[in-house]
Design a protein around this ligand. Structure first.
Ligand code: N01
Length: 508
């Protein structure tokens, strides 16, 4: 292990997806030079780099699912494919000159707050160490694949991989393949896999509600218009924003409205699935919106094909040669694709983030589940800012909007720390508790709580730790200013010795 470096950087950012990259760009734009982005992969892009399964695309309109300060007139479709989003992020890194701040292949395995020096000590997998005053996590909540502990899985001798670890080298042609899961990833990849394989068995535990996807090619006329008159694109973006924002009414305030959309979704199934038994299997019994509402035009037609079978009830286990369904029957499989989602309620492994008094963030969250203030700061973890943290996810709009709101909050915090010569800011436990008490009270009225389903938004205790139960503009308003009153803080030792912050006093 290398020695601790003497230099203390201003900011260390973990991850180079929308969150980490957006943070780096804002730091650069403000003329800050003392920062680094630590990226475990060999390239940037975060979730849009590592998820590259066939059919991978965004299910939020690209003209909104992009940075507000870098609108792209050249999106090829209303919902762009993964490769285009990854290229867009590459473009942003170059245009805003942040690539040189990224250390690729640097996986941070441990971050520990050093109370005396008021900085974070980071250790990477290869033993490299660095220190930074402020740590910004851009790791996202959906980066750790969830691989259920299916009985017999390790004995399965065929090929298997998770949707996030797609192996494009594996030839699917002519194979008998099992796909497990019917979430957002599965419905995108199943049609592409079905095109190639001899037989596909899809293991569904809970059917999703699926609506048609208004996915169109963006005609050259519109691209030209957006390029030549950028205000037209801003107008378009604003229209999409408010169109989607209107849905928050139904998701968070009047879930009964969701039931009015269900007949339309049922008709969508009926139009595309001929067999009544299969239709019944694919029709959810919970309120639309309780789990993520999915959009696809080719999912149901794929399930209606002769060589595709849907098996309800999930998976009982595995044998060396196949999968045992809920009906107890074993079906042979050459390959198994686990589209089983992410460990969203356990976003960090134990030992990764150690705060004040040596407390592990996993331990701090033991009783409450992941919780933060504005999804960003956690009591006992000074100078740590989490982007896309607990309860910032959305069921109805673009995460990039939430991320940009939080970035503005972090920038304001940095300015405030500089201005007042603060060494550390640590969220007051009472602020965190009150914020989350109100948030969870607000949550009770949402479709995620009342809709009669079990989703990945909930932790083991049934608490929704993933989603923001309100309008996104309300989140934007709340994150506009960093309020020092919400924090205990310590002045910088030099400032305190010189009396520069005497009027504030140390509250740590
Ligand atoms: O994961 P999921 P995902 N036995 O958790 C099933 C984002 N995303 O990767 O519904 C049997 O939704 C599970 O069944 P059930 C988006 O936020 C965005 O598809 O729990 N089955 C479910 O069917 C999304 O919500 C895009 O009963 C088991 C599936 O596996 C999030 O990522 C695209 C099981 C997991 O579905 C996650 O999506 C893709 C078990 N033990 C993803 N455990 C965009 O376009 C799990 N399942 C932006």
């Amino acid at each position: 292990m290398s020695e601790l470096p003497q230099e203390i950087l201003d900011v260390a950012i973990i991850g180079s997806g929308f969150a980490g990259l957006g943070m780096a760009i804002k730091l650069r734009q403000e003329g800050r030079r003392s920062f680094v982005v630590l990226e475990k992969e060999a390239a940037l892009g975060g979730t849009w780099l590592v998820n590259h399964y066939p059919g991978c695309a965004c299910d939020v309109q690209s003209h909104l699912y992009s940075f507000s300060f870098e609108q792209n007139p050249d999106w090829s479709r209303t919902f762009s494919p993964q490769s285009e989003i990854r290229d867009y992020l590459e473009h942003c890194a170059d245009k805003y000159d942040v690539r040189r701040a990224i250390r690729f292949g640097c996986e941070v395995t441990r971050a520990r707050f050093d109370e005396a020096a008021a900085c974070w000590e980071l250790t990477a997998a290869d033993g490299q160490q660095l220190r930074a005053r402020v740590l910004v996590s851009g790791m996202g909540g959906l980066s750790r694949p969830s691989i259920p502990d299916f009985p017999g899985l390790s004995e399965f001798r065929g090929y298997r991989f998770h949707s996030q670890q797609w192996d494009h080298e594996y030839p699917l042609e002519g194979k008998r393949v099992a796909v497990i899961g019917t979430g957002a990833s599965a419905i995108q990849l199943v049609p592409r896999v079905a095109e190639k394989v001899a037989h596909l068995d899809l293991y569904q535990r809970t059917p999703p509600w699926v609506l048609s996807k208004p996915d169109f090619r963006v005609a050259p006329f519109w691209r030209r218009l957006f390029r030549q008159m950028p205000w037209t694109q801003r107008l378009f973006r604003t229209a999409i924003y408010w169109h989607l924002e209107g849905r928050a009414f139904a998701f968070t305030r009047f879930p009964a409205v969701m039931k009015l959309i269900q007949p339309m979704a049922r008709r969508f199934i009926a139009r595309q699935i001929r067999d009544p038994a299969l239709r019944a299997k694919l029709t959810p019994d919970y309120t639309l919106g309780c789990k993520r509402v999915l959009m696809a035009n080719d999912y149901y037609p794929t399930l209606d094909r002769e060589h595709v079978d849907v098996h309800s009830g999930g998976v009982k286990g595995f044998t060396a040669t196949g999968v045992i369904g809920a009906d107890g029957l074993e079906r042979p499989a050459d390959a198994v694709i686990l589209a089983t989602g992410f460990a969203a309620t356990e976003p960090l492994p134990p030992g990764a983030i150690i705060g004040r008094d040596g407390v592990d963030i996993v331990e701090a969250w033991k009783d409450t589940g992941p919780e933060a203030y504005l999804g960003c700061t956690v009591a006992g973890f000074p100078n740590l800012f989490i982007l896309a943290g607990p309860n910032t996810g959305l069921g109805h709009s673009s995460m990039v909007f939430m991320i940009e709101s939080q970035i503005a909050y972090v920038m304001d915090a940095l300015r405030r720390m500089d201005q007042d010569n603060l060494a550390s800011v640590d969220l007051k436990p009472a602020v965190q508790a009150e914020y989350n008490r109100r948030l969870q009270r607000r949550m009770q009225r949402t479709v995620w709580e009342t809709g009669g389903c079990r989703s990945w938004y909930m932790d083991a205790g049934g608490k929704n730790v993933a989603l923001w139960p309100n309008f996104t503009w309300q989140f934007r308003l709340r994150t506009r200013r960093f309020r020092l009153n919400d924090y205990d803080w310590r002045p910088h030792p030099r400032a305190s010795a010189s009396g520069a912050v005497a009027t504030h006093g140390a509250q740590a």
